[in-house]
Design a protein around this ligand. Structure first.
Ligand SMILES: [Fe+2]
Length: 201
């Protein structure tokens, strides 16, 4: 149980308009621009509980340059229970759910691991012992998960907009994997925030 890995991988790409700045008053915007300092999400969205805990200075120094840590408050969120993930995987189009055996080489092509013979439902239900790796792609197609993803990315955008304006093509991916599973080597071209919800990576 302790080793079980479930994480949401939130990709951040673009932008046209974003809630963070739209909802900011002009005085706040002026202060931020003038000081060239990044605000805390506390200041910008006091009416919503924060989902992420981003350090502005770290973000400014590292975004799009080097990996850095952010904290989140998603552990225990109802949308990440196995029951809800089974429901999500069942609702989305079948091609959005990829899964295979998890004990593979890093040189295996992405999604190229052996079939397990299990169904999507069985794989998630038995994830602790079925030696599997699964990704649910484009969870933003589901309204509830889209809402959660947008709240996370709105918080990111508060910080990213000053550095690289125009967040666009928001997408969310949820990975569910058994202990000691391997993800094949690959590269992700998008801005990418990994939020480990359970277990360890
Ligand atoms: Fe990746």
């Amino acid at each position: 149980m302790q080793d079980r890995k479930i994480w949401i991988d939130v990709f951040r790409n673009i932008v046209h308009h974003f809630d963070g700045y739209r909802k900011m008053d002009k005085r706040k915007h002026f202060e931020i621009t003038k000081r060239k300092l990044l605000p805390s999400t506390d200041e910008l969205k006091p009416w919503l509980p924060r989902l992420l805990d981003i350090d502005g200075e770290t973000f400014r120094a590292s975004f799009n340059r080097s990996p850095f840590f952010i904290k989140h408050n998603l552990a225990g969120h109802r949308l990440f229970s196995l029951h809800r993930l089974i429901e999500l995987a069942s609702r989305l189009p079948e091609e959005k759910v990829k899964y295979n055996g998890a004990h593979i080489s890093v040189a295996t092509g992405l999604y190229g691991g052996p079939r397990t013979g299990l169904s999507i439902r069985e794989t998630i239900r038995r994830i602790e012992e079925c030696r599997s790796w699964m990704v649910i792609n484009n969870v933003e197609l589901d309204p509830e998960y889209r809402l959660l993803m947008d709240r996370c990315l709105d918080e990111v955008q508060v910080f990213s907009e000053a550095i690289d304006p125009g967040m666009c093509r928001r997408e969310g991916y949820i990975f569910i994997s058994s202990p000691h599973s391997v993800t094949p080597f690959h590269m992700d071209p998008e801005y990418n925030f990994l939020l480990q919800v359970r277990g360890e990576k």
